[in-house]
Design a protein around this ligand. Structure first.
Ligand SMILES: *[C@@H]1O[C@H](CO)[C@@H](O)[C@H](O)[C@H]1NC(C)=O
Length: 541
């Protein structure tokens, strides 16, 4: 992909060019240049919103401010209001209840309480909305707000919380006397009461709290993050693997909603301490964290919902090159440490073992639009990350790494724009995910449910006439007892739509309900196919 600096609207910010504007541009995709500019803009925007607009590239220390100098001005006039969100968003509720997260219940039900870490900067209205929103999700038992803005002091009272609805969550506010930038996320999480942190910035809303939490609960030691499809595609090239030295790493932003274990954050602070990064780099800690876990993050792909997109901007520095430089620096330092020592050392704190599930065993790809299920498939359109081997001698720039992936069968932006994972579960059967490669025996596609369901029929909607698939699929399900896929007996039934396949199914030991269902290919197909939606009895996505 050509990604010239020329495309970046870095120096021409007009007040009404919001990120949602660019997000819409991405989905409408009128021409490539605009799309490229939009992708770059979004990536950079996401970077910028994680650091001070004025001096993120400055190596000068922040001026010291004493507590007395803070005059506590009134909160800045809101430029954004939650009224701009749809009623579906405003009314979303968790399927989890506060009772499930009492200490007594937690001893038995295996659920994990989480501390949400939020940074305050200048978008007070959206921060307030996010705090109110998070209180609807009872697994968030603690919210810590670290206010990086030295010109504004925040108080819990400012957030207008409904006491009756937020009693189950403890909220703490820290007003910093210095802008700690990204680093504050990690120092704040290290203080959390609970073993897991949830991160979110104030420029996007994560509409998929329950479904993300459900997948996080399966593998709580991995980073589980959330991003828009085009950034997901980008990050698939920002994976750094060297099988000889146990390097199996990838980049993700945390700010659009991510779960991570607190021990990894504490380990990261130890890594930062021993790496001796300069202050300017410490502020950009977000570029290092996921890469230094030396694990591929588990990233879900979906269209994000924008909140206030103001006040995160800088036009004074070349942000795109800073992202590239620091992502490369992170990967290069990881490579050097792993190459120098085959085992974990006190001086580097980099994990050597690859955590389960390995990339080839991951199934969950995107949350369903209603946050009640997750789209699963074994068919990733992207090349396996270990096909591109990284070292810091032959590869001297992230662009080299991207070029190596692009030289493989890498999906185009245009393909992904039309056929990203979430199109199979977006509630619209006219938009479709495409397998990209022809499905082979054993490949599968289906959904995992947030809450168990009893059902007897499973329908797959395709984009065209589906007769050729009638003898090519086998159904299996997971029950509530364990994670095992159980083969089901199934029979095709007549459907009124010739692009739908409906199975009557019956799976042993799933009387209590199923947690997931999938169709596996029993024949090699000759071409990729479109999957446009699923129906489980009357549960439709
Ligand atoms: C660089 O590439 C060459 C040629 O493929 C290879 O022999 C060499 O080992 C690579 N260098 C490193 C440090 O991996």
């Amino acid at each position: 992909m050509a990604r010239s600096q020329d495309f970046l609207p870095l120096h021409s910010r007009s007040g009404n060019l919001s990120l949602s504007h660019y997000a819409r541009l991405l989905t409408s995709r009128r021409n490539l240049v605009k799309a490229v500019a939009a992708i770059a803009f979004i990536t950079i925007f996401m970077f910028l919103t994680r650091s001070s607009p004025k001096d993120s590239n400055s190596v000068l220390p922040d001026p010291a401010i004493s507590p007395d100098e803070i005059t506590n001005p009134p909160i800045v006039k809101p430029t954004w209001s939650k009224d701009s969100l749809g009623t579906d968003i405003l009314n979303r509720q968790s399927i989890f209840t506060p009772q499930m997260f009492t200490p007594d219940q937690l001893k038995h039900n295996g659920l994990k309480p989480v501390t949400a870490v939020l940074l305050g900067w200048k978008r007070f209205e959206s921060l307030k909305f996010i705090i109110q929103y998070l209180t609807r999700y009872p697994f968030i038992k603690e919210i810590i707000i670290w206010n990086n803005n030295v010109e504004t002091r925040l108080n819990i009272m400012d957030f207008d919380l409904d006491v009756s609805k937020s009693m189950h969550v403890e909220i703490k506010v820290f007003n910093s006397y210095e802008n700690l930038h990204d680093t504050a996320k990690y120092t704040t999480c290290s203080m959390a009461t609970y073993d897991y942190c949830y991160f979110q910035d104030d420029d996007w809303l994560n509409l998929y709290m329950d479904s993300m939490y459900t997948n996080f609960m399966r593998y709580p030691d991995l980073i589980h993050s959330n991003t828009m499809p085009i950034i997901h595609l980008e990050h698939k090239r920002w994976q750094f693997t060297n099988t000889e030295i146990n390097m199996h790493s990838g980049f993700t932003w945390l700010g659009c909603g991510s779960f991570a274990p607190r021990w990894k954050i504490q380990n990261f602070l130890a890594q930062l301490g021993s790496a001796g990064l300069g202050k300017d780099r410490l502020r950009l800690a977000d570029m290092y964290f996921s890469i230094w876990t030396n694990q591929y993050p588990w990233q879900l792909s979906n269209p994000l919902s924008p909140l206030d997109q103001n006040e995160g901007w800088s036009d004074s520095v070349d942000q795109w090159s800073i992202v590239y430089q620091n992502v490369y620096d992170a990967a290069s330092r990881l490579y050097s440490a792993l190459e120098a020592n085959a085992v974990l050392t006190r001086n580097d704190y980099f994990m050597r073992d690859e955590e389960e599930p390995k990339f080839e065993d991951r199934d969950v790809r995107a949350p369903c639009h209603n946050d009640k299920c997750l789209f699963i498939t074994s068919m990733e359109p992207f090349p396996n990350p270990d096909i591109v081997q990284f070292d810091n001698v032959n590869i001297t720039h992230v662009k080299d790494q991207e070029a190596a992936f692009n030289a493989l069968e890498f999906p185009s932006n245009d393909f992904w724009d039309k056929h990203a994972y979430h199109k199979a579960v977006d509630g619209d059967s006219t938009t479709c995910w495409n397998t990209y490669k022809a499905p082979m025996v054993g490949d599968n596609v289906g959904i995992r449910l947030v809450r168990k369901l009893k059902a007897n029929t499973f329908t797959i909607t395709l984009s065209k006439e589906s007769k050729f698939l009638e003898q090519a699929l086998a159904i299996s399900a997971i029950g509530v007892a364990n994670e095992e896929w159980i083969p089901c007996q199934s029979q095709l039934t007549h459907s009124n739509h010739n692009n739908q396949l409906t199975f009557n199914f019956n799976c042993p030991s799933t009387e209590a309900g199923i947690k997931g269902i999938r169709a596996s290919f029993t024949k090699d197909l000759s071409e990729p196919i479109d999957i446009c939606g699923f129906l489980l009895d009357d549960f439709a996505v």
